[in-house]
Design a protein. Sequence first.
Length: 340
Amino acid sequence: MIELMKQLCALPGPSGCEDAVREFVLEKVKPFADEMKTDAIGNIMVFRKGKKALERPVVLCAHMDEVGVIIKKITDDGMLKFGFVGGVDPRVVIGRPVRFGNVQGVIGIKAVHLTTAAERRTMPKTKDLYIDIGAASKAAAEDKVSLGDYGVFDSAVVEFGDGLIKAKAIDDRVGCATLLKLIEDEPPIDTWFCFTVQEEVGLRGAASMAYALDPGFAMVLEGTTAADLAEVEGGKAVCRVRGGVVLPFMDGATIYDAELFELLRNACDKRGIRWQTKTRVAGGTDAGRIHKSRAGVRVCAAAAPVRYIHSPSSVAAVADCEAVLSAARAFLEELGGDDE
């Protein structure tokens, strides 16, 4: 599971440009797919026949895309002005390396020695940042990159400390890795394993996927915000790294199905899977689009708690990532009537 996550996190896949991740996933699922299709927007939908079928399909879903940058302007001196793809805090990117294919760069800002007192008291805005790719002129930069090129954080995947992993794009390559592991086994019920696009910019791929498949049940596998930091107390921590899989009952886009939430909690308790829930209602997942599709879909979610999410150095616990896999497997077992 973790080795698979490492491979996935190393791949570039900003929203709208998930090609490398899609190619990797397609190669991995081919030996196990009973049916496989990619739609016009780029979602991958893989069907695996199980031991029994339900009246409407069951979908397990994870998004392939990550946050990134996109080139909006090339200055006369060869610097790149850019916008963020997805929600990124400008404070976490200053001085960080990025790459556009094989072209490397560094996100820069005016040196602190040259700022005014007022500037030092305010958070930098994206318009104040630039990407330095080492070009000596606009023409030299244009030989390497073009307007509209996508970039991603250039961040190594590292295991460190007491069972932690650091990488970009843990949100949501942890979900993708979970699906790839689950699809290796014959599921208890007929299941669609779906890898969606453009979640970070508005849950877009999930909308077309859910319309096409019209599922009765859907489970979204995710990475979610953990704020268990020094001096953050109580509910402000939201959820905690090493606290187990996160089973949300509500977020900013979805009120999750109460019976499925209870089913998941009981399934985890029965199997000794450590779980927690979020203590703040915020954010959103692909479930926000899926549950409103057609005549409605019953949804639940399981997520890994991730510190410094949407940054070059997201941090999660290996045990929590494994717990997401265990919770997803338990969900399918319960729907299939398997008590094991």
